[in-house]
Design a protein around this ligand. Structure first.
Ligand SMILES: [Zn+2]
Length: 269
C-alpha cells in the first residue's frame, strides 16, 4: 500500500507537469499552433530548450527567472500556473473521491487555460466554453454523483438546466448593462463560461460563483483603476474571476453554503 501522503505528493507532481502543459496551451491555442509539436522553445530567441530546464516550478528558480540561451526575462506566470495547478489538484485529491477528483481536475485545467487566454486576448475560445457545456452534461450522465443524483437521466437534466439558467442569466445581465452604458460592458464569452460551470457544478453553485466573482472583480477593478488611472468602462477580462470563484466553490464554498443553509433552516423552524 502507498501511504496517503506520498499519493498526494504524486498528485502534486502530476499537477505541476499538467500546469507546464497548460502554459503551452495558453501560449499556442490562440495562435492556432499545435500544442504537442514542436517541443518547448525559448519564447524570446526560439532556441530549443533542453529537457531538464523544462522542469516545472523548479526550472524557473534554477534559471533565476532568465533564459539561459539569450538572458531574456522569463514570465513569472509559468511557475505560478505550475505551482497553482499542482496545489489545487493536491487539495482536490484530498477533498473528493477519485472519479470526482478526475472530473474536477479536468474542469480546473480548462478554467486555467480559459483564464490565461482571456487575460491575454480578452476572449475565451468557444471550444472551451461551449465544449465545456457539452462535456459537463455528458459527464453528469456518466457520473450522476457529479450532480448529487443517482439516476443518470436526472443528473443530465439538472446539468442541462443549470447550464441554461447560468448562461441565460449572465447573458441577460450583459445585455442590460450594455444597453444602459450604450457599449459592450461584458463579453458574451463570460456567459458561455458560466454556462459551462453550471453544467459541471449544478445550479446551487451559481449564486456563490456570481457573488464571489463580482466581489473579486470589484476589488481587482478598483486596484487597476487606482494604479493605471484607467477610465471606467474599459473592458476587463471577467473569465478569471468566474474561474477563481468556481475554484473557491470546489475548495470549500460548497460546504460553507450547505452549512449556512442548514443553520438558518433550523432557526426558521
Ligand atoms: Zn532564448
Amino acid at each position: 500500500m502507498i501511504p496517503p501522503v506520498l499519493l498526494t505528493f504524486f498528485v502534486f507532481v502530476f499537477g505541476a507537469i499538467l500546469g507546464s502543459f497548460l502554459n503551452v496551451c495558453i501560449l499556442r491555442i490562440p495562435l492556432g499552433q499545435s500544442i504537442i509539436r514542436p517541443p518547448s522553445r525559448c519564447a524570446a530567441c526560439g532556441v530549443q530548450l533542453p529537457g531538464f530546464l523544462n522542469l516545472p516550478i523548479l526550472g524557473y528558480f534554477m534559471l533565476q527567472g532568465r533564459a539561459r540561451c539569450c538572458g531574456a526575462h522569463l514570465d513569472p506566470r509559468y511557475p505560478i500556473v505550475e505551482a497553482g495547478t499542482a496545489s489545487v489538484l493536491a487539495a482536490l485529491w484530498m477533498l473528493y473521491p477519485p472519479e470526482l477528483f478526475a472530473i474536477y481536475a479536468l474542469l480546473v485545467a480548462g478554467l486555467i487555460v480559459a483564464s490565461g487566454i482571456d487575460l491575454d486576448y480578452l476572449v475565451i475560445p468557444d471550444f472551451l466554453t461551449l465544449g465545456g457545456v457539452v462535456v459537463g452534461i455528458c459527464l453528469s450522465y456518466l457520473f450522476p454523483e457529479l450532480q448529487g443524483k443517482s439516476d443518470p437521466v436526472d443528473a443530465m437534466i439538472r446539468s442541462s438546466l443549470s447550464a441554461a439558467i447560468a448562461g441565460g442569466s449572465l447573458w441577460l445581465v450583459a445585455r442590460t448593462a450594455s444597453w444602459f452604458l450604450q457599449k459592450e460592458a461584458m463579453g458574451i464569452g463570460d456567459a458561455k463560461l458560466l454556462a459551462a460551470l453550471g453544467a459541471f457544478l449544478g445550479w446551487p453553485s451559481l449564486p456563490f460563483i456570481l457573488a464571489v466573482s463580482s466581489m473579486i472583480g470589484t476589488v481587482v477593478g478598483i486596484g487597476i483603476l487606482k494604479q493605471r488611472k484607467q477610465k471606467l468602462g474599459v473592458k476587463v477580462p471577467y473569465g478569471p474571476y468566474l474561474a477563481l470563484a468556481a475554484l473557491l466553490w470546489l475548495l470549500g464554498g460548497v460546504n460553507l453554503v450547505a452549512k449556512y443553509l442548514s443553520n438558518n433552516f433550523i432557526q426558521i423552524i
